[in-house]
Design a protein around this ligand. Sequence first.
Ligand SMILES: *Cc1c(COP(=O)(O)O)cnc(C)c1O
Length: 428
Amino acid sequence: MRDLEFDQQHVWHPYASMREPGPVHEVVAAEGVWLQLADGVRMIDAMSSWWAAAHGHRHPRLVAAMQKQLQHLPHVMFGGLTHAPAVGLARRLVGMLPPGLDRVFYSDSGSVAVEVALKMALQAQLGLGQGGRMHFASARGGYYGDTWKAMSLCDPVTGMHSQFGAALQVQHFVPRPPIPFGAEWDEDPARNGLGAVEALFAKKAYEIAAFIVEPVVQGAGGMWFYHPRWLSGLRTLCDRHGVLLILDEIATGFGRTGTLLALERAGVVPDILCLGKALTGGMMSFAVTVASRRVAEAIADGPAPVLMHGPTFMGNPLACSVACASLDLLAEGHWQAQVAEIGAGLRQGLAPVRDLPAVQDVRVLGAIGVIEMRQPLDMARVHAFCRESGVWLRPFGRLLYCMPPFVCGPDEVARICAAMVRIAGWQE
Ligand SMILES: *Cc1c(COP(=O)(O)O)cnc(C)c1O
């Protein structure tokens, strides 16, 4: 049986059916912005392989870091043992994060990093004598991963709530931050969204351990860019009501939105921060949850003074070493000009569809470009067109979007835009 046939019969892909699996292209190699298919066709990876390959594929410095580590210590358990890559990565993270965020927990994926953050918040509340706070809150339109607790906080409509029904714990939701990024801020809490947060906290804060949100850019839950003032207002309300603030920067972290972290736009420091995706430059699945000293101390004051989590592959040396190399690349600072240039290219290249009747909105922030359609896109047709146009895109629902690798040049950005403009033009 040919590989593609076997794949279709036996291998699950993300959010796919095994009875009617969607079409797949077979990738044999990747370099820089390019994916090479088995039949020789090349496509630009306009998705950075789901936000991860920020420096492009197989960046020589990342490959070298992993190869070097492979020769000494590919893996070792983290219980009772440590190693230079784990310590080096923590040093780099603590150095780059806002002061006070300096207790680093390693895990294997973004969803797990979110689970760990939620556990940290609960255990910290226990330590603070707030054992009644066993629930969480979020804004609609969020995405925090596919594990159970993370899923329960994803948008209850576009997420998977209807599918899992009563098996999902009910959480508290406020509307998504209503004022778009770049629009004028409105001080009226009834219109800027903070009134809803205040009302929720006034009634329910006694049972809320933490509020979790993606700062400024909501990713997979709707590709929505919102006003940073909402985030600073949220921080104030959390403090007032004893609710811990968890920021999920798994998609936005490491330069994607134009600042190293999206939270910088609001000048907000969370109690707990999640990072993943581009952490290893897309080379390995890896994530971190970073807590403030205060949270770590509160956990240590709790009935179980240890944080109750410890994955088998925690602190994997290969992942840590490649993450160190990726952060060193970022520290050289070229990403800033690259992201700005990609953003300018996207703004210009996507402008032609802005006034199409089928298009609801076009928005660009950092190196993220979004065309929001009024009707859902024809996924199978887009999939086939990607091969034809040489641009890899993976829309969902009404959202056609890209977040190219930072090494994407102006011609490649123009090519991505041309493909997106073509697709948006299919709908009358
Ligand atoms: C992708 C993502 C996650 C989940 O990460 P996985 O590595 O897929 O488990 C969580 N939060 C945000 C904001 C994400 O974009």
